[in-house]
Design a protein around this ligand. Structure first.
Ligand SMILES: Nc1ncnc2c1ncn2[C@@H]1O[C@H](COP(=O)(O)OP(=O)(O)OP(=O)(O)O)[C@@H](O)[C@H]1O
Ligand SMILES: [Mg+2]
Length: 184
């Protein structure tokens, strides 16, 4: 059997005297979809942030395809490049066009040639009904459109793992469907 895509083993994280993650174990296999449900403040985002190395764990291990990414000697940028993340508030760069937002990581981190990245970006945007928005700036897009751009950005580089943190909670109910369809 292939290694899990991601595995958390006894992950602990505290902020001051607040124990947020108290020994979390989690295994996600390839092609598996896992949903975390819990009260506000229970640590869902914190767990995702430890997986993407935005937060350091205090104890325990996180294995990405079998490699311990909590090892301080790991290349954090190279690790993050293997993971796609979409946050609640799209976090698009306002000064970059939609196409530049979508292709930035491919060009800068993955060293994909500009023309190749642009072609893939335009293809994905078109496939998701955003073909006519490639050259627009994010503030000209609806919330649902911006969130779809953020998803395109996350899948552009074919990540091994996609972390989605409440990606529809900032959207109007009528926009939720289009974003969830895309994720599916
Ligand atoms: N950088 C930080 N410094 C101090 N406390 C933090 C920090 N980040 C998160 N916390 C605290 O950790 C707890 C868990 O927060 P987290 O954002 O993981 O919750 P959540 O389950 O994602 O909640 P929500 O459903 O509201 O998004 C909260 O009590 C929060 O205040
Ligand atoms: Mg959260």
């Amino acid at each position: 059997m292939t290694a899990p895509v991601i595995e958390a083993i006894g992950v602990r994280k505290r902020f001051g005297d607040h124990d947020v993650l108290r020994g979390v174990d989690l295994v996600v296999h390839p092609h598996e979809v896992v949903v975390l449900i819990g009260a506000s403040g229970s640590g869902k985002s914190t767990l995702l942030r430890t997986m993407n190395l935005i937060e350091r764990v205090d104890d325990g291990q996180i294995l990405l395809a079998g490699t311990d990414i909590t090892d301080p000697r790991i290349d954090a940028d190279a690790t993050r490049a293997r993971i796609g993340v979409v946050f609640q508030h799209f976090n698009l760069f306002p000064h970059l066009t939609v196409l530049d937002n979508v292709t930035l990581a491919a060009r800068r981190v993955h060293r994909t040639p500009r023309a190749v990245a642009a072609q893939r970006g335009r293809d994905l945007l078109s496939a998701l009904g955003l073909g006519d928005k490639a050259d627009a700036y994010p503030d000209r897009l609806s919330g649902g459109q911006q969130q779809r751009v953020a998803i395109v950005r996350a899948i552009m580089t074919e990540p091994e793992l996609l972390l989605l943190d409440e990606i529809t909670s900032a959207l109007d109910p009528q926009l939720v469907g289009e974003v969830l369809d895309l994720v599916r």
